[in-house]
Ligand binder design. Structure first.
Ligand SMILES: NC(=O)c1ccc[n+]([C@@H]2O[C@H](COP(=O)([O-])OP(=O)(O)OC[C@H]3O[C@@H](n4cnc5c(N)ncnc54)[C@H](OP(=O)(O)O)[C@@H]3O)[C@@H](O)[C@H]2O)c1
Length: 334
């Protein structure tokens, strides 16, 4: 059965119920194989996935070039391409800050359009709040690009409730991209109620907590994998987190599904306005992840899942301290 669809944000576009995140296809979690990545994108389209998520800084532009090659021969109007911009990297690939100034909006967009070989981007979003630039100015520049026809919809990424409200006062925000999983439930207090009130949809990432929420052995990480920097994957934190995953493994086994499927089904259970991004570079994992769409969880099962992985028991923050400090979404209102 093809993947079902949902509407992203109030009055927004109809997109697939889940999207495909392309980040790891350009190196973030160790090496990637272009042939398998391309086959994964094509398999996603064949399965009915229309929403494809990339960023201009993923692989320093290589991710967009990969997507362009993978979409050769595909009707442009059949896919919904969303692009993040603003992440600044040096020649070694190290992140050196965020620039979401109006000039950067336009310049980054011009390069993305060229790399993607397209006339428009469906949803364009600053990856992070640029603390030096009022959100109204960033959004204002994107709105100019919408009016000029280069962008269809406005998105935001990892922003807090106050910033989302300010942005929405300038222009309808179609979707917020933010981390959300059994292990990262921080959005439930302030961000999720705010986006729901404003009619903003959500495309959520890290639904497997970067691979942690999958069967033991699936989490192997090696050199060149950015997860080695994440506190949740380090030392004693990792041991404690894997103990939670082992408890989830038992719930999955009793339901006859995989741990990853259960974790994805839990995200899907949170509402139709939440579109999970499947982050894989392999066809077998994509197929497995899509199995979650057929998994209806009853109240008792949801309670067992949440009891196995109580968010308060997760050890370590979702990013390293410097990255956490740069997250507007982590700055809670009083
Ligand atoms: N806005 C932001 O700040 C932001 C930040 C990060 C990511 N994103 C977006 O969100 C997307 C997804 O995020 P993510 O990849 O970090 O998080 P994720 O989905 O939590 O984790 C991905 C990890 O899970 C593994 N995996 C995927 N499907 C699996 C399955 N069925 N069984 C077992 N393991 C499985 C993947 O391995 P394999 O690849 O080997 O399958 C990969 O190691 C990215 O591609 C990107 O588009 C956005």
């Amino acid at each position: 059965m093809p993947v079902t669809t949902t509407v992203l944000g109030r009055g927004g576009p109809r997109v697939s119920r889940v999207g495909l995140g392309l980040m790891a296809m350009s190196g973030t979690y160790g090496p990637a194989d272009e042939k398998e990545s391309t086959a994964t994108i094509r398999a996603a389209l064949d399965a009915g996935i229309t929403l494809l998520d990339t960023g201009d800084f993923y692989g320093m532009g290589q991710n967009e070039l990969l997507l362009k090659r993978a979409l050769r021969g595909v009707d442009r109007s059949s896919v919904f391409i969303q692009v993040k911009f603003g992440g600044q990297r040096d020649p070694r690939g190290a992140f050196v800050g965020h620039d979401a100034s109006p000039a950067m909006v336009k310049s980054s967009l011009a390069y993305s359009l060229t790399r993607l070989g397209t006339d428009y981007i469906d949803l364009y979003q600053p990856a992070r709040l640029d603390a030096r630039v009022p959100i109204e100015e960033t959004v204002g520049a994107i709105v100019e690009m919408i009016q000029a026809g280069y962008v269809r919809y406005l998105g935001l990424s990892e922003m807090g409730a106050d910033t989302i409200r300010r942005a929405a006062a300038v222009h309808q925000v179609t979707a917020l991209q933010i981390e959300y999983s059994l292990m990262s439930r921080g959005i439930e207090d302030q961000v999720l109620p705010a986006v729901r009130q404003l009619g903003v949809g959500a495309t959520v990432y890290g639904i497997l907590s970067r691979g942690l929420l999958s069967a033991a052995g699936d989490q192997a990480i090696g050199a060149g994998d950015s997860r080695t920097r994440f506190p949740r994957f380090q030392g004693e934190n990792l041991e404690r987190n894997l103990a939670l995953v082992a408890a989830l493994d038992r719930v999955a086994a009793s339901r006859g599904v995989t741990t990853a499927q259960l974790a994805i089904a839990w995200v899907l259970s949170r509402g139709d306005d939440i579109v999970p991004l499947i982050g894989t570079k392999r066809r077998d994992r994509l197929t497995a992840a899509l199995g979650a769409l057929d998994l209806a969880l009853n109240a008792q099962e949801l309670a067992a899942i949440e009891a196995a992985v109580p968010a308060s028991a997760v050890a370590g923050t979702r990013y390293d301290p410097a990255q956490m400090a740069a997250l507007d979404s982590e700055k809670h209102e009083p």
